[in-house]
Design a binder for this molecule. Structure first.
Ligand SMILES: CC(C)(COP(=O)(O)OP(=O)(O)OC[C@H]1O[C@@H](n2cnc3c(N)ncnc32)[C@H](O)[C@@H]1OP(=O)(O)O)[C@@H](O)C(=O)NCCC(=O)NCCS
Length: 198
């Protein structure tokens, strides 16, 4: 067998992946529109999304990489994070979503509940550079929270100069932050919807 030859096992795993991709495609839902009226759609991230995450990260500017991970991250370092970013997603303790516009993925968002305090979670959103500032991050945050109705607060760390992230978080509830320079610890007490507080 040559290295490129998938063999019978490879054919089977390709079939499994194709079936999983079809299932993921069936989970795509309308998610409203961006500020300029561009319609967006959302679906859960699935373990077969490795190539999607890798391609999205490769295209991300160094500024956005640093804003997301609070430090420079190389492609190789990102590849080593993939088991955590993909395999721990269960859409309960670790909710992760992909946002689509104009026929392709434009962002990924995730909520990870803290072990021992599942009413609190870290929230991380990444929007492709060309799509930033148009409302995509806000849509992802809203969709994540809609899938985690019992969540009480967001606890996360944000670079103090990440004004978009701080603005996005402040829309979700009562924001407190500590640390003015470098990275700051942020806690957001979430607004409760009328249905949730009833
Ligand atoms: C942070 C990020 C997720 C925000 O998503 P986005 O789609 O660009 O933001 P939105 O268009 O939804 O805007 C969210 C808020 O930020 C404001 N905003 C957007 N871009 C901004 C900028 N460059 N400077 C200041 N405020 C900005 C918007 O006005 C909006 O606030 P408002 O609701 O009070 O009007 C996105 O910019 C991103 O992926 N950045 C790189 C990775 C990162 O920083 N992730 C967050 C840390 S985990």
């Amino acid at each position: 067998m040559t290295p490129g030859d998938p063999g019978p096992g490879g054919a089977r795993s390709r079939a499994v992946e194709t079936a999983a991709a079809r299932r993921a495609a069936r989970l795509v839902r309308d998610a409203g529109q961006l500020r300029d009226g561009t319609p967006v759609r959302v679906r859960p991230l699935v373990t077969q999304d490795r190539a999607l995450l890798v391609a999205g990260f490769k295209a991300l500017s160094h500024r956005s990489r640093r804003a997301r991970f609070l430090q420079g991250v190389s492609d190789a370092q990102f590849a080593r994070m993939l088991p955590v970013l993909l395999d721990t997603v269960d859409q309960r303790a670790h909710v992760a979503l992909v946002l689509y516009a104009a026929g392709g993925p434009i962002g990924v968002g995730r909520l990870r509940r803290f072990t021992g305090d599942p009413g609190a979670a870290d929230l991380a959103v990444t929007v492709a550079d060309d799509w930033q500032g148009r409302g995509a991050g806000s849509v992802l945050a809203r969709e994540l929270l809609a899938r985690a109705g019992d969540l009480r607060e967001i606890r996360t760390v944000v670079s103090a100069d990440n004004h978009a992230s701080l603005a996005l978080l402040s829309r979700l509830g009562q924001l407190r932050s500590e640390g003015a320079n470098g990275d700051c610890d942020v806690v957001v007490q979430l607004h409760r919807s009328p249905a949730a507080s009833a």
